[in-house]
Write a protein that binds this ligand. Structure first.
Ligand SMILES: [Fe+2]
Length: 256
């Protein structure tokens, strides 16, 4: 469905972020020219979440906890885990690990390591601190996800506006978190799990409000969006795609 604008998943995600649903659907209809409910699958070009290298510092058997104690700049990461049909996935194992503010991993103990499970609505929340930088890498979090009886997805999450995003060869803009305000990040994962599209958005509390930039939206020159807490002006008319987030496309977006 890529190229046709809003897809079912986009609508569901938008509904999660910005109910009421009727408004979201009418906006989607206006953009797509067709009822999104007829879209049978969840494919808007960024599914599923891409894998990334595990790196050298993963340790099995992390403690079960969603709060990773540490001194540094507070960070919460929240969002949802979906299947290929946009269905929220409950009981997904999510194992996070990261560097401390000095860029060091705790390889002796389990500092800044912990696993949790998504709730019945497919939601997760990690409370931690902002990871530090270490040589050769931009700022990132590591995570492994596993839906029940499914393969493990190992990947990483990135922060918008990081200078090293441009030089880290592992960096993937599809894995940029939305950071509407410092210390608050959101990201929705899509796992390679087939299923049936939900009949309605899951009744869950929405994640913190993100910016206004949306993949699939056609932006005219001069349009302004908010992404990662920053305002950007469109330099060239285009239809936004995953990976073309404003911080990564200076030819398309100018920070104002
Ligand atoms: Fe790392």
């Amino acid at each position: 469905m890529e190229g046709e604008g809003i897809t079912r998943k986009t609508v569901l995600k938008a509904a999660l972020l910005a109910a009421p649903l009727p408004l979201v659907v009418s906006q989607a209809n206006a953009l797509a020219g067709a009822p999104p409910a007829l879209t049978p699958s969840c494919d808007d070009g960024d599914d599923p979440t891409p894998p990334q290298t595990e790196g050298p510092y993963f340790k099995p058997n992390s403690p079960r906890r969603s709060v990773l104690p540490g001194s540094g700049t507070a960070l919460t990461v929240s969002g949802y885990v979906f299947g290929l049909a946009c269905q929220p996935l409950a009981n997904v194992l999510m194992d996070f690990w990261q560097a401390d503010p000095q860029g060091a991993y705790d390889n002796l103990g389990y500092g800044l390591r912990g696993h949790q499970f998504t709730d019945a609505q497919g939601a997760f929340r990690l409370t931690t601190i902002v990871p530090g930088l270490y040589p050769g890498r931009t700022r990132h979090l590591h995570v492994k996800l596993q839906a029940p009886n499914r393969p493990v997805l190992t990947t990483q999450l990135y922060f918008p506006g990081e200078p090293r995003n441009n030089t880290d060869t592992i960096f993937d803009p599809a894995l940029l978190m939305n950071v509407p305000q410092p210390g608050t990040a959101t990201f929705d994962f899509v796992l390679n799990v087939p299923g049936t599209p939900p009949s309605s958005p899951p009744p869950s509390s929405p994640p913190p409000g993100g910016g206004t930039w949306r993949a699939g939206t056609t932006y005219p020159t001069g349009a302004q969006v908010v992404y990662g807490g920053q305002t950007y002006r469109c330099l060239q008319a285009h239809t936004a795609q995953a990976g073309w987030e404003p911080p990564n496309t200076p030819a398309l977006w100018q920070r104002v």
